[in-house]
Design a protein around this ligand. Structure first.
Ligand code: A2P
Length: 345
């Protein structure tokens, strides 16, 4: 990478923020200066970057002066307040929240699927929802061979999707339950340890929660395929940090399982994990900390000649969030799209 830039992480102390920090280091992203931004709560605390202790600052109107790139992961309401201010100050924002994802002016990018969309940014690029990213990476290569006509997905989503405090809450609940105490709930509406529940985002009139509609709408936008028939059921499960998904795809013609395996074994960002003798397939514990989305258990759907079943596990914090954002940043630097926005937001 030839270029170098001044980077700010908004939400630096969170689950995704700390992963962003690590990825900028390990992937050798060309950072010349790094600002760590969060709320007043963690102002003054320190985080390590390349052996140095950097102080976390509370985000203010002046935070984005001289910043080239903002990696934001502090929730939608925080992004709504700060993203446009950062763009006005001259920065490009890669936003991990849902604030701008469906804005027609904002590209929604998974580098393995629609990298060219990033070139059309006007200052803000949205990082998709975590379950949507993981699914897109696995489904897109098959969709290139034969268009998916209908997609049915059920998710098994880890605590990490609700942030660092939610992960801590689940650990505490597990201990409380093992000690015979009533589990305390603060972040989640119900105990998650030794339990599961449908994703607790807001329900619409049709009974779909926001998370499910994110999968529907964002997949269509990323694939550039508004006609895709897609339905989702999102479930929070007591897993610490990787999401899993059971995906049923329907094609007009049968899709050979052998062909699907061959394609997915070469697909960027995918690792085929299948040992049928051992009943060994992707598991969230093995996906944790990995860059690749683990895909396996590819089967012909016995209920439909054009149906194909897949199972995947992928690290929600990594490819589902921080890694995808850093890959977008790398793309901007490599293509020189960082400094030449087509227009201002
Ligand atoms: P803080 O540590 O100061 O609360 P997670 O998704 O893991 O819960 O992390 C959320 C991140 O977003 C944290 O870094 C958190 O900082 C930050 N954050 C939350 N609310 C705000 C806000 N109003 N302004 C700036 N940063 C915020």
């Amino acid at each position: 990478m030839s270029d170098s830039c001044k980077v700010a992480i908004l939400g630096a102390t969170g689950a995704v923020g700390t992963e962003l920090l690590e990825l900028l280091q390990t992937r050798n992203f060309p950072v010349t200066e790094l600002k760590l931004l969060a709320s007043e709560r963690s102002a003054g605390s320190t985080l390590k970057f390349k052996g140095q202790n950097l102080q976390v600052e509370a985000v203010t109107d002046d935070s984005f002066q001289e910043v080239d790139l903002v990696l934001a992961s502090a929730g939608a309401s925080t992004s709504k307040v700060w993203a446009k201010k950062a763009v006005e100050a001259g920065a490009i924002v890669i936003d991990n929240s849902s604030a701008f994802r469906m804005d027609p002016e904002v590209p929604l990018v998974v580098p393995e699927v629609n990298p060219k969309a990033a070139a059309l940014h006007k200052g803000i690029i949205a990082n998709p929802n975590c379950t949507t990213i993981l699914m897109s990476v696995a489904v897109w290569p098959l969709h290139q061979i034969q268009p998916v006509q209908r997609l049915v997905v059920a998710t098994y989503q880890s605590a990490s999707g609700a942030g660092a405090r939610a992960m801590a809450e689940m650990k505490t609940q597990a201990k409380e339950i093992l000690d015979g105490e009533a589990p305390t709930t603060d972040i989640f509406p119900y105990p998650l340890a030794f339990n599961l529940f449908p994703h607790n985002s807001q329900l619409n009139e049709q009974g779909y929660c926001q998370e499910e509609m994110k999968m529907v709408n964002e997949t269509r936008k990323i694939f550039g395929y508004n006609e895709l028939r897609i339905t989702a059921t999102c479930i929070r499960v007591p897993v610490l940090r990787a999401h899993s998904e059971a995906i049923n795809l329907e094609f007009a013609q049968p899709f050979s399982v052998v062909k699907a395996r061959e394609i997915l074994s070469q697909a960027p960002g995918v690792k085929l994990v299948e040992n049928w003798q051992e009943n060994y397939f992707p598991m969230p514990m093995e996906a944790s900390g990995k860059d690749d989305v683990l895909v396996g258990r590819i089967r012909q759907d016995i209920s439909h000649p054009g149906g194909l079943e897949l199972w995947l596990s992928g690290d929600q914090i990594r490819k589902g969030a921080a890694l995808n954002a850093v890959q977008i940043a790398e793309l901007l630097v490599a293509k020189n799209w960082l400094r030449t926005p087509v227009g201002t937001f």
